[in-house]
Structure formats: C-alpha cells, structure tokens
Design a protein around this ligand. Structure first.
Ligand code: PBG
Length: 327
C-alpha cells in the first residue's frame, strides 16, 4: 500500500525512537524530599513510605551524599521537631530542626540546593497549617509567623523557601520579610495550586502533621477546580513568586499543563507521598512493574509541562534517565 503518512517510520528502531522523543528529562530537574527528625540519631525507615527514611541531624549529610551519588542536586527539607505548641514556635527557632539541618548541609555541600518547606503543621500541637482562632486557621495572623519562619530558614542558608500553607497573601508576606532582613537573593517556590488531597496521607504519617480535628479544606483547594488554580498562580506571580507549583501531580496533569502554558515562571510539580506509596504497594503485590510505572508517571508530568519535579523516586528516576530508559 502507498500510505503517505506512516508514523511508525519514526518508531522503527530504538535509536530513532530516542531521537524522536518530544520530552527530555534531566536529573538536574529532580528534587528529593528529606525528612529530618530532631529526636533521632542515625536514620529510621518510614513505615508509610517504603524505601524512605527519617534522618537525624547527625545523618542528614548522608542523605545528601546519597542524592549526589545518583546525580540529584536539590532537596526539599521537612522537619519533625521535638516540641510542638499552639503557635508552632519551634518552626522559626534559630536552632530549630530545619535551621540546623540547613546549616549542616550547607557547611559540607555549599552547591547542593536546599529548599525548605515553610509551613506550620509539623510544628503546631493541633496539626493545622497556621494560627487558630476558634476552629479556623486565621489567615492574617498566620502570615507574620510564616514570614518569620522563611527568614529564619534563609538566615540558616536555604537557597529557596517553599510556602505550602495556602494562606492568601503568603508570597507577598514572605518576600517583604526576606527583603527586610537582607535576603533579596532567597527565592520563593510557591505551592500555588495545592489541592486538599487524599494523596497526602502517607506524608502526614511520616511528618506527624495530620490535623487533630477537621481537615484542610478551608485553605487548600477544592479538587473540582481548574480556573481557581490559574487564579492562585496569578496571585503568587504578582506577589513575587520565583517558581510556581502544582500539587499533587498525577491527578492534576491538566492543571500542570494549564499553568505551564499560562505563566512565564518556571513550574514545579510535586508527585506526593500517596502517588509514590500506591506504586510501591502495587509493585509489592506483583501487579505492576515498578521501574516502568515510575518512569512513565515521571515523564507524564514533564510532558504535561512541568519544568521540575519533586519526587520520592528522584534518585531512581535520575538513574533511569542516565540509563536512557526515559528522557
Ligand atoms: C505541609 C505539607 C504537606 C505536604 C507537603 N507539605 C502536607 C499537607 O498539606 O497536609 C504533602 C507532601 C506529600 O504528600 O508528599 N503542609
């Protein structure tokens, strides 16, 4: 037959298929989450996230060394403090768990990018992401606390602060406080479109940050909404965000595409704990090929338009890229 169009011509050999890839991945675009537990020495496996560990302050540099061994050059830090109270005061303590972890990493690996999650839920006794007035998280009084937390992370040497609280006006509040303290060069990666998602379940077990009552629907976004994500990104961009984020990733690839097209800022996607845990569980049950599912999901997020990816699989994805399995 004389078919003019035969797309299969470009699928004929492995070399041609690789040449023809529309999506290119790089280990440089991968960010690995590290959980630092102030009460721990050494490291301890996280039950809800098979293959992941809690690190004590004495072993956080070992976590970084492992990243570097796989070619991953960026991390995002989450802290588990010894002490929690109503207003999450250990979140901005100069010698808090994250502040100490950042200093330890930066002293040994000054070129390794350290991003810090700026939120209060791991530090408050009630597990909500801000200051409570009655049963509600009060937006405006929370802002000042978030700003203090971000400035304390910057003072410790964080390269990028990432507010994940979903308070209105948070980026402006952080930018102002950072600048006022001389941290003009500290970038803000805003969790802009962060949905109230069931996919955070394993993280909340790992970080001890589940709310003690209610849920986060009063501040995180409703999963039904797409236009609202656009609005959240626009607000964060106006307020001075350097990087926007969509979170979770897999159930929100439409939002990733939309925000990648609509804004000229770099876009990060966060493939969250539930996405990772589901693949792990399905693989452990012998139902899927873990490696291939990991690759396919990661590349789908980049294909949707993400410029960078936070993933618990960051090290394994970097290996797969190097092998040529993706990217
Ligand atoms: C803190 C925060 C959460 C995650 C990142 N930062 C939990 C939440 O919002 O409840 C979730 C990350 C994951 O599930 O991997 N607010």
């Amino acid at each position: 037959m004389n078919l003019t169009n035969r797309p299969r011509r470009l699928r004929r050999t492995e070399a041609i298929r690789r040449m023809n890839r529309e999506t290119r991945l790089s280990p440089e675009a991968l960010i690995y989450p590290i959980f630092v537990d102030e009460t721990l020495s050494g490291m301890r496996p996280i039950d809800s996230l098979p293959g992941q560990n809690h690190y004590g302050l004495d072993s956080v540099c070992a976590a970084v060394e492992e990243c570097l061994a796989h070619g991953v050059r960026h991390c995002i830090l989450f802290g588990l403090p010894t002490h929690k109270d109503e207003c999450g005061s250990s979140a901005w303590a100069g010698d808090g768990v994250i502040q100490r972890a950042v200093r330890a990493i930066k002293a040994r690996f000054p070129d390794f990018t350290v991003i810090t999650d700026v939120c209060m839920c791991e530090y408050t006794s009630h597990g909500h992401c801000g200051i409570l007035h009655g049963c509600e998280v009060d937006n405006d009084s929370t802002l000042a606390h978030l700003a203090k937390i971000a400035a304390s992370h910057a003072a410790a040497g964080a390269d990028i602060v990432a507010p994940s609280d979903m308070m209105d006006g948070h980026v402006a509040a952080l930018r102002e406080e950072l600048d006022r303290n001389g941290f003009q060069q500290t970038a803000i990666m805003a969790y802009s479109a962060k949905y109230a998602s069931a996919f955070y379940g394993p993280f909340r077990d790992a970080a001890g940050s589940a709310p003690s009552f209610g849920d986060r629907k009063g501040y995180q976004m409703d999963p039904h909404n797409r236009k609202e994500a656009h609005r959240e990104c626009a607000l964060d961009a106006q307020e001075g965000a350097d990087i926007l984020m969509v979170k979770p990733a897999l159930s929100y690839l439409d939002v990733v595409r939309e925000c990648a097209d609509a804004f000229d800022l770099p876009l990060c996607a966060y493939s969250v704990s539930g996405e990772y845990a589901m693949i792990k569980a399905a693989a452990a049950a012998g139902l899927v090929d873990e490696e291939r599912i990991m690759c396919e999901t990661a590349l789908s997020i980049f294909r949707a338009g993400a410029n960078m990816l936070i993933s618990y699989y960051a090290k394994e994805i970097a290996d797969a890229i190097r092998r040529g399995d993706i990217g």
